[in-house]
Design a protein around this ligand. Structure first.
Ligand SMILES: Nc1nc2c(ncn2[C@@H]2O[C@H](COP(=O)(O)OP(=O)(O)OP(=O)(O)O)[C@@H](O)[C@H]2O)c(=O)[nH]1
Ligand SMILES: [Mg+2]
Length: 386
């Protein structure tokens, strides 16, 4: 799928237009977007069995995920879905609570959507997973596996007064409450048995997944947008780098003037002007941010929070040589009674190098900020399950 219009808008520094272009696309536009679905949960919760049920395979069949009582899955493995286009299910190794172990855990950032598989009870690891997924601004379903065992156990406990619907309702409510306690809005909970894809909520889960699919692909596409900008931003950076030299030359020459502190003032002047110019070129100036913030329903300050180029302290630290130059000039003027050659040389010489470094750093920071602001603008405001 090409997104030339989007890249053109980024190239023109029109972030707001770039976002509108994507948001205006009909859901069908995202049909071919690949979707990576990670199946996660504690060890032995039934993740691999769930993947097999989703693929329509039985454990042990060729192409099916390996299942077993012991820690079975040790590496993340992908299973392209046979009927859902461009959907890949990822069977992940079981994850313990963070206080037990965190080693060998897979980076969840690379997945677009999550299915948390739990059983028996809602555990700390589920809460941790929910938290991580929400922090990434991604969505999930919560699947309660082995419901057949819960139902059987309940039946054994009270054979006479047994009511399956009540048992299911109790489990469902328990999951919902636990998820809501983690501040999830509208949790999507499905009770399943991996042995029977017609029983309990499995058919419902299928229907829901099919109806959410294009929306999820759209979300996946949107979350990849900042990296889609990369080549455009690199080109812009290269263009702007060429213009840095002239500014460095002016700043360096002015730094030679025998006025204490003048090199600092000129360098800061060039820096601030260059940064404003970069903001305009990349679409991060105040006006553009105001329009973007209004369009995505966020505060300008929320977008600015992720802009590292706004921090002035590191820049001031880089201007420390100016202080030494200024002190040397003052000493030369007042104590040695002579023209401040050494101070001017120190100030001017340092000004060349430090200004060059500062402007290049500023350019890189603004370019990265463009991606960060875009990602922040696209972040969902609500901690919804789907
Ligand atoms: N009764 C019942 N047993 C299940 C169900 N799902 C899985 N099991 C059993 O639970 C055990 C673990 O299943 P797996 O699918 O291997 O679980 P896993 O989460 O992939 O385990 P690891 O890869 O070790 O983390 C196996 O013995 C399965 O047969 C289910 O829905 N009902
Ligand atoms: Mg497994």
């Amino acid at each position: 799928m090409t997104m030339e219009e989007f890249q053109v808008a980024i190239h023109q520094g029109k972030l707001s237009d770039a976002i509108s272009i994507v948001q205006a696309k009909p859901l069908q536009f995202f049909t071919d977007v690949p979707l990576s679905v990670a199946v996660v949960g504690e060890p032995g919760s039934g993740k691999s069995s769930f993947v097999n049920s989703m693929l329509g395979k039985r454990s042990g069949e060729p192409g099916a995920a390996e299942t077993g009582i012991q820690m079975t899955t040790t590496k993340a493995k992908d299973y392209p879905h046979p009927t859902l286009p461009q959907v890949t299910l990822w069977d992940l190794p079981g994850r313990e609570d963070s206080f037990v172990s965190h080693t060998d855990w897979v980076d969840l950032n690379r997945f677009d959507f999550f299915i948390i598989v739990g059983y028996q009870r809602f555990r700390t690891v589920h809460a941790e997973l929910v938290h991580e997924i929400q922090t990434m601004g991604k969505r999930f379903y919560f699947v309660w596996a082995k419901t057949d065992l819960d139902v059987e156990a309940s039946q054994r406990r009270q054979p006479s007064g047994y009511d399956e619907e009540k048992v299911l309702q109790r489990i469902r409510e328990n999951c919902m409450t636990s998820l809501q306690d983690e501040r999830v809005i509208g949790p999507q909970v499905f009770l399943v048995s991996n042995w029977d894809s017609q029983r309990f909520d499995f058919p419902l889960l299928w229907e829901k997944l099919k109806s959410d699919l294009l929306w999820l692909k759209r979300q996946a596409f949107i979350s990849r947008l900042p990296s889609l900008c990369e080549p455009v931003l690199e080109r812009k950076k290269a263009m702007m780098k060429e213009k840095i030299w002239l500014k460095v030359l002016y700043s360096g020459l002015l730094g030679f003037l025998p006025v204490p502190g003048f090199s600092f003032v000129t360098a800061m002047f060039f820096f601030v002007r260059f940064r404003s110019h970069c903001y305009r070129v990349f679409g991060l100036d105040d006006l553009s941010l105001t329009v973007l913030a209004r369009d995505v329903g966020k505060l300008v300050a929320t977008l600015q929070e992720v802009m590292t180029s706004r921090k002035l302290v590191p820049v001031l630290l880089w201007r420390l040589p100016d202080l030494f130059g200024a002190i040397l000039m003052i000493v030369e003027y007042f104590w040695w009674n002579r023209f401040p050659f050494a101070g001017s040389l120190l100030s001017g010489g340092c000004s060349f190098f430090t200004t060059h470094y500062m402007l290049r750093r500023c350019l890189t920071a603004v370019s990265n900020d463009t991606k960060n602001v875009l990602a922040r603008a696209l972040e969902s405001k609500e901690r919804t399950s789907i």
